[in-house]
Design a protein around this ligand. Structure first.
Ligand SMILES: Nc1ncnc2c1ncn2[C@@H]1O[C@H](COP(=O)(O)OP(=O)(O)OP(=O)(O)O)[C@@H](O)[C@H]1O
Ligand SMILES: [Mg+2]
Length: 250
């Protein structure tokens, strides 16, 4: 397992603005994510979560401001240190579950045959699809494809995971399993950035950024965000910040 130093900052976003033509998707956004925690990006459709994650992976470049990931400017060279799960799956549907996971292990430089086979098996068992390992992805349900997509992102044990809505479509039992696995990875020093719409996911995170209109409107631990707004639920805390309109750090 490759881990990051727990005193380090895993992700440092400084005053980043990003536009798609006339649409300003990120608006002078700043964010610092310490290594070794689970960090949630929460916000409505169009808030800028996917755009931010694509900047962290190096698929997009900021128009202004700076992005540092594991102390480097993001680029494809870092692929072996970053696990990326896109919001829209990028699986090879005609290949089997095992062939997909093995392909991502291979391109992310898990080259040794026996070690790679062990890692691929362990990851497919984690997503509970070992019995379907030889089925082509086209034969799987939506939630099962979601699980394969996650397996492809984590199979090479990177120190940073950038997961765009990883729990969408998962049944409740598997959601619990995933969060247990994420907590174990955190203990090993892995940093996990997760975008989500559900406050169930949010409650599992060590820290959260509430996003809206390309900005971070509040940050803090789930407890801080609830107590600072005197709200019982994270939904109500989010609405409180939306209605108060400002930018807050808990
Ligand atoms: N490829 C694109 N071309 C043009 N505009 C885009 C593109 N991708 C995103 N946008 C716009 O950028 C803004 C932010 O979109 P983004 O996908 O980052 O939001 P999101 O928070 O991930 O939303 P969701 O919860 O729906 O996934 C939206 O206004 C969206 O319409
Ligand atoms: Mg998105």
């Amino acid at each position: 397992m490759v881990t990051s130093d727990s005193n380090q900052v895993a992700v440092d976003v400084n005053e980043v603005t990003f536009r798609y033509g006339n649409i300003r998707a990120l608006d002078a956004l700043s964010l610092e994510i310490p290594a070794g925690i689970s960090f949630g990006l929460l916000g409505p459709n169009g808030a800028g979560k996917t755009t931010l994650i694509r900047l962290l992976v190096g698929l997009l470049k900021p128009k202004s401001g700076s992005v540092r990931v594991l102390e480097e400017a993001p680029s494809r060279r870092m692929a072996n240190r970053v696990g990326y799960m896109p919001q829209l799956h990028s699986l090879y549907t005609e290949l089997s579950v095992r062939q997909n996971v093995d392909f991502f292990a291979k391109i992310n430089r898990l080259s040794d045959g026996a070690e790679r086979a062990r890692q691929v098996e362990e990851t497919i068992r984690l997503i509970d699809l070992w019995s379907r390992r030889n089925d082509s992805v086209v034969k799987l349900s939506g939630g099962m494809r979601q699980r394969v997509s996650l397996a492809c992102a984590i199979v090479h044990n990177p120190p940073l995971l950038l997961l765009d809505e990883p729990t969408v479509g998962l049944d409740p039992e598997l959601r619990v399993t995933f969060w247990e696995h994420f907590a174990n990875l955190n203990k090993q020093g892995v940093t996990i950035v997760v975008s989500s719409h559900t406050m169930d996911d949010a409650a599992h995170c060590d820290r959260l950024a509430f996003m809206r209109d390309g900005r971070v409107i509040a940050q803090g631990s789930p407890d801080e965000l609830r107590s600072n707004t005197r709200q019982d639920t994270l939904e109500d805390a989010f609405l409180y910040y939306v209605r108060s309109g400002g930018e807050h750090a808990a």
